[in-house]
Write a protein that binds this ligand. Structure first.
Ligand SMILES: [Zn+2]
Length: 80
C-alpha cells in the first residue's frame, strides 16, 4: 500500500494495529491524520491519532501501536 497522505502530502499512510484493541487503523506518521478503513483515506474526514486513542488510555508508542504495513523506507524513524 502506497497512499500519500491527503492531508499533509508529506508522507505515506501506514497501516497500524492497536495491540490492546486489535483495531486496524491507517495513519500518517508525519501529521498523525488517521482513518479507519483504507477506502476512507482521503474521502472521509480524518481524526488525529493521539486524540482518538487518548480517551481509551492508549498512548501512541511502539509498545501500543504495531505497524502492519509501512511503505516508507525508514521504518523506525519517526520525524518530528
Ligand atoms: Zn499527513
Amino acid at each position: 500500500m502506497k497512499i500519500v497522505c491527503p492531508r499533509c502530502e508529506q508522507d505515506y499512510v501506514v497501516e497500524l494495529r492497536v495491540r490492546r484493541t486489535g483495531e486496524t487503523l491507517f495513519a500518517c506518521k508525519e501529521c498523525d491524520a488517521t482513518w479507519f478503513t483504507r477506502d476512507a483515506i482521503g474521502v472521509a474526514p480524518f481524526v488525529d491519532l493521539g486524540t482518538y486513542l487518548k480517551p481509551k488510555g492508549i498512548v501512541t508508542s511502539r509498545e501500543e501501536i504495531e505497524t502492519i504495513d509501512d511503505p516508507n523506507p525508514i521504518v523506525s524513524k519517526r520525524r518530528r
